[in-house]
Ligand binder design. Structure first.
Ligand code: ZN
Length: 375
C-alpha cells in the first residue's frame, strides 16, 4: 500500500508527507471517515512511508523495509482489528495475531472494504467481534519493547469502536506515548468512541471518494462494456468498495423498472403483482437482491434531496427516474421516504442474515404498501 495507489485524498497525503519529513508526527493519530473510504489504506500507506529507508514523495518500494511492509509483515508495524473466538481457543484468549494470515489476505484483496465484511469473512455470527482486554494488554507490552529495525514502532488499530470497554491501559499509552511510538486509530463513528480517546488523538477526517475518483478507479478495472458506469457511481455514493461490488453486477438498469412496478402493485395490494415480484426476487442471488435494495436507498436519497431543495437538477437520477420522482410528490412525503429507506436498509441486513426470501419479500411488499398509504 502506497500513497499513489489511493485515489484522491491529495490534501491529507500532502499533510502526512510534510509531517513525516519535518519530523512533526503526532504520536496518536485518529483517521475518521465513512465506510468505503480510504481510512485503512491511508493508515497503512502512512505507516509504510514512515518506515521506508529511502522515501521521497512516496515509499521507494525497494528498500529492506518496503519489501516487508508491502507484504504486511514489517516487524515494527503492528495491526489490531476485531476478532472472534478461534477454534479451540477461548474467546478471551483470542487476539488479532490468531487471525493474521486471514487479515493479510483480506486486506491485500479488498483494501477499501468495510469492517463488517472483514468480520463476516471470519465468522457467521457477528455479534461478539471486538478488540478484547488481552489484546490491549499485548499492545501495551509490545510497544514497550525495543523496535526491531525502524526508528518507530507503529500500531494500527482498525477500528477504535471495537475496543473493549475496559481498554484503560491502552488509553494511558495513547495519553503518554513513548518517543518512538505511533498509534494510528481508525474509526467511522465519533459518537461511539470514548471521549478520552477523542481528546487524546489528533483527528484527521478522511472524506468519502468523489464520483471522479471512483470513476477513474473503475476505469482501471476491467469492466464489462455494457455496464452503466454512471449508475454505479451514483449507487456507490462515495463508497469505493461498493462501487467495485457493483461492477460485478450488470443489472442496475433494470432495478428502476422493478422498483417502480413493485411500488405500484404494493400500493394497490395487487396479489398477482406481489406474487410475481416475490418470484422474480427469489430467483436472483443474494448480491443481486442487495443491489436492488441499494438502488431503492439511492433513489429515495435523491428524492429527498429534491424535497429539500425543490431543484430537479440536484437529483442524481436519469430523466426517466426524475419524472417518476416528480410524480410521487403528492403521495410520498419526507417522512415516508425516510421510512422506505429504512425498510430497504433493514432488508439488506436480513438478506445478510440469510432470512427466507419468500417471507422477506412478501412481508416487505405489505410493509411498502402500508408506508406509502401512511397506515
Ligand atoms: Zn523504502
Amino acid at each position: 500500500m502506497q500513497f499513489q495507489t489511493i485515489p484522491g485524498q491529495t490534501k491529507l497525503i500532502t499533510q502526512f508527507r510534510a509531517m513525516v519529513k519535518n519530523d512533526r508526527l503526532p504520536h496518536a493519530i485518529l483517521l475518521m471517515g465513512p465506510k468505503g473510504s480510504a481510512k485503512l489504506p491511508l493508515a497503512i500507506a502512512l505507516a509504510n512511508y514512515i518506515q521506508c529507508e529511502n522515501r521521497n514523495d512516496d515509499v521507494c518500494g525497494t528498500c529492506k523495509s518496503c519489501l516487508k511492509s508491502q507484504k504486511l509483515i514489517h516487524p515494527d508495524i503492528h495491526f489490531c482489528y476485531p476478532v472472534v473466538k478461534k477454534e479451540r481457543l477461548k474467546r478471551e484468549d483470542t487476539t488479532s495475531k490468531d487471525f493474521l494470515l486471514e487479515f493479510r489476505t483480506f486486506i491485500q484483496n479488498r483494501p477499501f472494504e468495510e469492517i463488517k465484511e472483514w468480520i463476516a469473512s471470519i465468522t457467521s455470527t457477528t455479534s461478539t467481534a471486538n478488540i478484547n482486554t488481552k489484546e490491549c494488554n499485548e499492545i501495551v507490552q509490545k510497544l514497550g519493547l525495543q523496535s526491531f529495525e525502524g526508528t518507530y514502532k507503529i500500531q494500527i488499530i482498525w477500528m477504535a469502536e471495537y475496543l473493549a470497554k475496559d481498554s484503560n491501559r491502552l488509553l494511558k499509552l495513547i495519553e503518554e506515548p513513548t518517543d518512538d511510538t505511533i498509534i494510528i486509530l481508525i474509526a467511522e463513528n465519533q459518537e461511539k468512541l470514548l471521549a478520552t480517546i477523542l481528546s487524546r488523538c489528533q483527528i484527521f477526517n478522511v472524506a468519502k471518494f468523489t464520483d471522479e475518483e471512483i470513476n477513474s478507479y473503475l476505469e482501471n478495472l476491467n469492466l464489462s462494456p455494457t455496464l452503466n458506469k454512471e449508475k454505479i457511481k451514483q449507487l456507490a455514493d462515495g463508497d469505493l468498495e461498493k462501487a467495485i461490488h457493483l461492477t460485478q453486477q450488470s443489472k442496475t438498469d433494470d432495478y428502476s423498472e422493478l422498483l417502480m412496478n413493485w411500488m405500484r402493485v404494493s400500493w394497490k395490494g395487487h396479489p398477482q403483482g406481489i406474487f410475481d415480484f416475490v418470484n422474480q426476487m427469489i430467483k436472483s442471488n443474494k448480491e443481486e437482491q442487495k443491489v436492488f435494495y441499494e438502488y431503492g436507498i439511492h433513489f429515495f436519497r435523491e428524492y429527498l434531496v429534491y424535497l429539500y431543495t425543490r431543484d430537479v437538477h440536484k437529483m442524481r437520477l436519469s430523466d426517466k427516474e426524475r419524472n417518476t420522482a416528480l410524480q410521487m410528490i403528492k403521495t410520498i412525503d419526507e417522512e415516508k421516504a425516510q421510512s422506505l429507506s429504512e425498510l430497504f436498509n433493514e432488508s439488506i441486513h436480513m438478506i445478510d442474515r440469510n432470512i427466507n426470501g419468500k417471507i422477506l419479500f412478501s412481508a416487505n411488499s405489505f410493509q411498502l404498501g402500508r408506508i406509502m398509504k401512511g397506515a
